[in-house]
Ligand binder design. Structure first.
Ligand code: SF4
Ligand code: SF4
Length: 251
């Protein structure tokens, strides 16, 4: 007889082994879908050398119809000042944090299958929405997912399963940022306002997808590094120390 609580313990141990700091257990139902008005948000947004491809985004139950839970794995950025990703091949682009999440999720799926459950990887540009539903944080003024513990410094990945490991969680409201305006002040291109983020402005900022060396690129970290939520070492992680200049901005 498959044992869901044993699976949970094993997945927590796997996550710890791969340095995955956050694990969420979201209960899924028929109405757990990406809100239709969210689907168009990324249309036309520039990526490193093209545009974000939203055609591959799927709802969890389209991938695993028997899914009862989404396990959400969150890995904190190694360094606030350097958010680097690698273009490993034409079809695989990942940061070190995402690679660790990839391995941890594969190990979690192995564990689920060993216990007689189904398991499928789940990646989406909207992982942040699932993380909010799992009670792990809220959407900040920067439109980033702000983890209660780590601020906007988590990379996220999901695992779908038919194991009964999901929990009903308290969803935190997006007004948790309160009066803070740090990310609005820090954005080099003024993309963040109280109401919204101009994603096209953000995508065209020269600090985003900045080429470090062949195959290695960096994201802009201005709105991540400045966030007071989850900022562990302010002296070491301030954006002020980032060795880039505004001259690189090409809006
Ligand atoms: S990533 Fe950089 S450019 Fe984009 S919104 Fe944040 S601070 Fe602004
Ligand atoms: S910097 Fe302040 S306003 Fe921006 S996401 Fe963090 S808490 Fe919210």
């Amino acid at each position: 007889m498959p044992n869901a609580s044993m699976v949970k313990e094993e997945i927590m141990a796997i996550s710890a082994k791969y340095g995955v700091e956050v694990v969420g257990w979201l209960k899924l139902g028929d109405d757990t879908v990406i809100p239709p008005d969210e689907m168009g948000l990324l249309e036309g947004v520039k990526w490193a050398d093209g545009e974000v491809d939203i055609s591959s985004i799927k709802n969890p139950l389209d991938i695993l119809p028997s899914a009862r839970a989404m396990i959400i794995l969150g890995k904190r950025l190694m360094d606030d000042k350097e958010d680097i990703y690698y273009r490993v091949s034409d079809s695989y682009t990942a940061s070190v944090e995402m690679m660790l999440l990839d391995i941890a999720s594969l190990k979690a799926i192995e564990c689920l299958k060993r216990h007689g459950f189904q398991g499928e990887e789940y990646t989406s540009y909207y992982m942040k929405a699932w993380a909010v539903l799992a009670g792990l944080g809220w959407i900040g003024k920067s439109m980033m997912f702000v983890s209660k513990v780590h601020g906007p410094r988590l990379r996220l990945k999901g695992v779908l399963t038919d194991a009964d490991v999901g929990e009903t969680c308290e969803v935190l409201s997006d007004d948790r940022c309160g009066e803070c305006e740090e990310c609005m002040k820090a954005c080099p291109v003024g993309a963040i306002s109280e109401e919204d983020v101009d994603r096209k402005k953000c995508g065209s900022c020269g600090l985003n997808h900045f080429k470090i060396k062949e195959g290695a690129y960096a994201y802009c970290t201005a709105c991540t590094a400045c966030c007071p939520v989850g900022k562990k070492h302010p002296a070491k992680q301030g954006h002020e120390a980032q060795p880039v200049s505004r001259q690189r901005i090409t809006t």
